[in-house]
Design a protein around this ligand. Structure first.
Ligand SMILES: C[S@@+](CC[C@H](N)C(=O)[O-])C[C@H]1O[C@@H](n2cnc3c(N)ncnc32)[C@H](O)[C@@H]1O
Length: 388
C-alpha cells in the first residue's frame, strides 16, 4: 500500500537538520494530552477514556496476513507481558506480535490491526473504531477549516458531488455545522456528512440536519455511498494507539476520491488541537499517502513554536525526542523564532513571518507568506516523518 510505502520512504530520507546540524538538544515537550481546560464549554459526555466496541469475530474486517481476531489476541498477549505506560513512546524497532516492528513507519496492517469492529444489526458494513471522549467546542476547528477551504476549495468547487466527511464530530455537532458553512463559501454545492461511532451522539445531532448536512452512525469504514473529496478527522486518532495510526490512515485514504486528469483526488486531514483551537497541528494525506504537516496557531498567545508540540497528531506526538525529524524541526523553529525577536516590536505576525522565512532555508516549507500571515506553516511530510 502506498501510504505505508510513503511512510517507509520518508524514514529513509532524514530531515535536513538531522544531517546538517548537531547543536545542543532541546528538551522534548510533554506528549500527554491535557484534560479539558477552562475554555471548554461542553462537559465530556458518555464514556471517559476509550471504550472498545465489542469485537465480533464474524464481523471483523479482513486484515492482511491472519485477520483481526488472531492479531488482536497476539497483541493482547504481547501487552500483558510488556505493559506500556500511557503517553510513553513505543520503543523503535520493538518486535510486533507477528514479528514485524510495531512502529508507525515499519508496521504492517498485520502487526497493527485496525481498531475493533462490530456488525450493525441491519447487516450493513461493520463499524470500525472505538468510542472515545466526545469533547468538542464551537469554533474549535476554525484554523483547520480555513486551511481546507484555502487549499482544497478549488477541488471541491470543480467536483460534481463535493462530499465532505466530518469523522468523529463528538458530543455535539458544531464542527460539522461549521465545516459546511466554511466549505460553502468556496464551494456552494459542498455537502457534509458527520459520522460518529457513538449512537447517542448521532441521535443528538439529527435535529441539526439540513440541506447539505446529514449525520450517520459509523466509523473508519465511512458508511456513505461514493468516495468523499474530503475526510476531516480532528481530535479522533489522538485517543488511539500510535501503532494503529498507519492502518487507519491506509483505510481512510482508500476511501478518498481517486486522482484524475484534473484532480489530485480527495484529501484526508487528520490532526489535533487544544480545547479552543488556538494551537493546531494536522497531517494532510491524499489517495497516495501523506503529503504535508501544517502547524497553525494564534500568534498572540505563542511563546515559542515548540509550544505546538503538545498538539502534534498521534503519528508524531511520541516522536518529539532527540534523533527524530519532528524534534529537530521544532528545535530549529525555536531558534529561528529567537533570532527573529527584534521583529516582535512590529508584532507577533512579523516575527513569525521572519522566522518561517529563515526556517525555509533548511526545511521544505511548502506554502507561501499568504498562509504564514495566518499563523500557519506547512512542511512536506517526508521531512518530518518518524524514523523507523
Ligand atoms: C474528542 S472528540 C472530537 C470532536 C471534534 N472532532 C472536535 O475536534 O472537536 C472525538 C470523537 O470521535 C469519535 N470517534 C472515535 N473513533 C471514531 C471512529 N472510528 N469513527 C467515528 N467516530 C469516532 C468519538 O466517539 C468522539 O466523539
Amino acid at each position: 500500500m502506498r501510504v505505508r510505502a510513503g511512510l517507509r520512504d520518508a524514514v529513509r530520507r532524514p530531515g535536513p537538520s538531522q544531517t546538517r546540524r548537531r547543536r545542543g538538544p532541546t528538551p522534548a515537550t510533554s506528549g500527554a494530552p491535557s484534560p479539558t481546560g477552562g475554555g471548554a464549554r461542553l462537559a465530556e459526555t458518555g464514556a471517559l477514556g476509550t471504550t472498545p466496541v465489542v469485537a465480533d469475530a464474524a464481523a471483523a474486517p479482513v486484515v492482511a496476513g491472519g485477520g483481526i481476531v488472531p492479531a488482536l489476541r497476539r497483541r493482547a498477549a504481547h501487552r500483558s507481558h510488556r505493559p506500556r505506560r500511557p503517553g510513553r513512546p513505543a520503543p523503535l524497532g520493538r518486535p510486533g506480535a507477528c514479528g514485524a516492528p510495531l512502529t508507525l513507519v515499519g508496521m504492517t496492517a498485520r502487526a497493527a490491526p485496525l481498531p475493533h469492529s462490530r456488525h450493525r444489526p441491519s447487516g450493513r458494513t461493520p463499524v470500525v473504531g472505538t468510542v472515545t471522549r466526545g469533547t468538542t467546542n464551537p469554533n474549535r476547528l476554525r484554523r483547520m477549516d480555513r486551511w481546507i477551504a484555502a487549499t482544497h476549495g478549488a477541488e471541491l468547487r470543480r467536483a460534481e458531488d463535493p462530499l465532505a466527511i466530518d469523522l468523529g464530530y463528538g458530543a455535539a455537532p458544531w464542527t460539522a455545522v461549521e465545516l459546511l458553512g466554511r466549505l460553502r463559501t468556496v464551494a456552494p454545492h459542498a455537502r457534509v456528512v458527520g459520522i460518529e461511532i457513538e449512537p447517542e451522539r448521532v441521535a443528538a445531532a439529527r435535529p441539526y440536519e439540513r440541506d447539505g448536512l446529514a449525520f450517520r452512525h459509523g466509523g473508519f469504514e465511512i458508511p456513505v455511498a461514493g468516495r468523499p473529496l474530503l475526510v476531516r478527522a480532528a481530535n479522533v486518532l489522538r485517543q488511539y494507539d500510535e501503532d494503529q495510526v498507519a492502518a487507519v490512515w491506509e483505510r481512510l485514504c482508500a476511501r478518498l476520491a481517486p486522482a484524475g486528469a484534473r484532480s489530485r483526488g480527495g484529501l484526508l486531514v487528520e490532526g489535533t488541537c487544544d480545547e479552543i483551537g488556538r494551537r493546531h497541528v494536522w497531517v494532510a494525506l491524499g489517495p497516495e499517502g501523506p503529503r504535508t504537516v501544517t502547524f497553525a496557531t494564534r500568534l498572540g498567545s505563542l511563546e515559542r513554536p515548540s509550544d505546538l508540540a503538545e498538539r502534534l497528531p498521534k503519528a508524531l506526538i511520541h516522536r518529539n525526542v532527540p534523533g527524530e525529524p519532528v524534534h529537530a524541526f521544532l528545535r530549529d523553529f525555536d531558534r529561528a523564532w529567537a533570532a527573529a525577536a527584534p521583529y516582535a516590536s512590529y508584532g507577533a505576525r512579523q516575527r513569525w513571518l521572519r522566522a518561517v522565512r529563515d526556517l525555509r532555508a533548511d526545511w521544505p516549507v511548502s506554502d507561501s507568506p499568504a498562509r504564514w500571515r495566518q499563523g500557519e506553516v506547512t512542511v512536506a511530510w517526508g521531512a518530518l516523518a518518524p524514523r523507523g
